[in-house]
Design a protein around this ligand. Structure first.
Ligand SMILES: NC(=O)c1ccc[n+]([C@@H]2O[C@H](COP(=O)([O-])OP(=O)(O)OC[C@H]3O[C@@H](n4cnc5c(N)ncnc54)[C@H](OP(=O)(O)O)[C@@H]3O)[C@@H](O)[C@H]2O)c1
Length: 311
């Protein structure tokens, strides 16, 4: 089969489009014919991308945990899925990903593809929507009437965070550059702060939750805008400082998103009900994965870049 494989640590230069062995499902595994794969621009820097279960570096892994596709073959012991099922998934870490014509998935990772989405749009959902869902509802327990400040709101995770926060009835303040202001207001933000001209901490105070998708100086300046007893969730390295959190009376959270079939089913139901939607920046063929990662690394993607595997 054709696949993208990572030939070394570093950036997109190490990605090669080439022939790779066709995977076969073992007991409890599912072979999926991949139709589209979502690009996670920072994935090439993650340790998780390179580890095997034994902890050693894997020579030629296939990147891309996000997929949409069709079940091709079922391993023994699986009754809940059938050949031909249309699915979408975030695959777990330490295994081959979905930037290939076929991949192996576990039933606990696979959910029915939202019926209102085509395969390209479905592949733009799993990891980013799960990150937003787990941040807002599992770790921060965001509730109606609360105020959330979302940094990096126009990116892959941010567009779902804005929509999910609005769906639950929160008041959403977003940071982005000016070109994304109208776009984010239309998605559900009631205020959009242009980070290139305005220091958010001069106009934002006493929010219940900051969701940080930018890190660095943006994270450091965020402590002062959370009300005492509030929460700061970051998914960007390095982790938030416990000393700063204690000094401001804020609960710090840092986590790595996990695959979750049940949450993907709930997200799919919201999509099919028209409550939230994926945002696609660019669609490229699988063979152009290197260009996709280069574009993503520039840090100004609106929503997602998706690789089309099947026309
Ligand atoms: N720990 C985890 O499990 C986990 C999971 C998912 C993602 N992440 C991390 O979360 C981060 C965000 O991921 P992503 O996929 O959403 O990224 P992304 O799609 O690449 O984000 C791009 C967006 O960031 C915005 N942006 C850039 N600099 C900004 C700033 N200083 N202030 C506000 N917005 C800014 C850009 O808006 P403009 O074009 O308007 O500048 C652009 O829309 C990444 O570092 C990723 O590795 C971690």
């Amino acid at each position: 089969m054709k696949a993208i494989r990572i030939h070394g640590r570093g950036g997109p230069d190490h990605l090669v489009y080439e022939d790779a062995p066709q995977p076969h499902p073992g007991p409890g595994e599912v072979l999926v014919r991949v139709y589209a794969a979502g690009v996670i621009a920072t994935e090439l820097q993650w340790d998780e991308t390179y580890q095997t279960n034994a902890g050693s570096l894997r020579p030629l892994p296939i990147p891309g945990p996000d997929l949409s596709g069709v079940v091709e073959e079922i391993g023994s012991g699986i009754t809940a899925l059938a050949r031909g099922d249309e699915v979408y998934a975030m695959l777990g870490y330490g295994r081959d990903g979905a930037e290939a014509e076929f991949t192996i998935a576990l039933p606990s990772e696979l959910a029915p593809k939202p019926r209102t989405l085509d395969f390209v749009r479905a592949a733009a959902v799993p990891l980013t929507a799960l990150t937003a869902w787990q941040a807002l509802f599992v770790h921060a327990r965001l509730a109606a009437g609360q105020t959330i400040l979302i940094h990096g709101a126009a990116g892959g995770v941010g567009v779902f965070a804005v929509q999910l926060a609005r769906w639950v009835g929160a008041h959403v303040i977003a940071t982005a550059s000016a070109r994304n202001r109208d776009f984010l207001r239309e998605l559900g933000a009631s205020a959009v702060i242009d980070y290139t001209t305005t220091r958010f901490e001069e106009i934002v105070h006493d929010v219940d939750l900051v969701f940080d998708l930018v890190g660095g100086d943006t994270l450091v300046r965020s402590w002062q805008v959370v009300k005492p007893g509030g929460v700061l969730v970051s998914v960007v390295s390095p982790r938030p400082s416990f000393a700063k959190a204690k000094a401001h009376g804020v609960r710090p959270v840092w986590f790595i998103v996990e695959p979750n079939r049940e949450q993907l089913i709930q997200i799919g139901a919201l999509i099919d009900a028209g409550q939230i939607r994926p945002i696609i920046d660019t669609v490229l063929p699988l063979s152009q994965a290197r260009q996709a990662y280069e574009q993503g690394a520039r840090g100004h993607t609106r929503g997602k870049i998706v690789l089309r595997v099947v026309d």
